[in-house]
Write a protein that binds this ligand. Sequence first.
Ligand code: NAD
Ligand code: LMR
Length: 328
Amino acid sequence: MVKAVVLGASGGIGQPLSLLLKASPLVDELSLYDVVNTPGVTADLSHISSIAKITGYLPADDGLKKALTGADVVLIPAGIPRKPGMTRDDLFKINAGIVRDLVKGIAEYSPKAFILVISNPVNSTVPIAAEVMMQAGKFDPKRLFGVTTLDVVRAETFVQDITGENDPSKTVIPVIGGHSGETIVPLFSLAKPAVEIPAEKLAPLIKRVQFGGDEVVEAKGGAGSATLSMAYAGFRFAEKVIKAANGEKGIVEPTFVYLPGVTGGDAIAKEIGIDYFSVPVELGPSGAEKATNILPDVNDEEKKLLEACKTGLKGSIEKGVEFVHNPP
Ligand code: NAD
Ligand code: LMR
């Protein structure tokens, strides 16, 4: 029996993500939580003839506690999105506190749940979630994931313009690092099956993956950022976490984790000098079971991308950790 919970369920991501979870045969119970509109979203989804039993809560009457109790997987898309001209870091001021408080609830009511953080800036909100769980004495690094799947989905999709492959999801492209601009490092040299990318097309392709989020923010012109593609990506990642928890073998997906707490991750953390990083992770019944070190396989150009990534990522991680230890 799997209970999934969406915190921020009434939002642009929350609604389509909840729809996908409600329709999934992998979910037996779905609980929605938001500060607004949860009763309406819940009533609407409750008419869908799928197996998941659905409940929805607002903060009143212990809503967060009721939503989280018994949770196996908690997805967090709560928080404000970008508008044109903003960086993800500009969201920190508001979203850091939202994520901190929601994760305090998880520590109290569902400490064993897999936590999938979508709220930006992911490079900071995941360290915030980890620190909150640590302070509560409930941190299990195998169960905390920053969702970077949208970067993988974009890499698969954008490379299709070059390969002409009919089904983009058939090309596996590792995307590592963080989830913001230059911290996003797509490794096209490690694509499987291998892809031939003409030299003049590679740099624009990498840039498009790194700044794909901006493309959507600009196109929406002030009405928010990626929601539908993110719901797809978030559901795809959640499905893999659930399938692996149910015993399915061989599921590997890049995700932003606390490396020292994951088997094989400590060596990677030491090599790059950073504790939080997205790498391909083998998923299993206990969550992130093994981090794969693909760093020795990257080419010289990609090594340069990694250097830029590390510089950007360090400060964002420290900012998240500091926020929990010395709240403003
Ligand atoms: P949105 O504004 O449409 O929805 C956010 C929802 O969160 C709203 O319904 C709001 O009421 C709710 N919320 C606010 N405070 C809350 C709280 N304390 N508890 C519960 N719910 C709360 O925004 P969106 O477009 O759905 O984006 C949500 C977040 O996801 C943003 O931070 C955005 O940057 C991020 N995002 C991440 C990725 C990724 O790849 N990880 C991709 C796209 C968007
Ligand atoms: C994305 O990559 O689309 C998200 O992180 C949202 C954003 O702000 O770009």
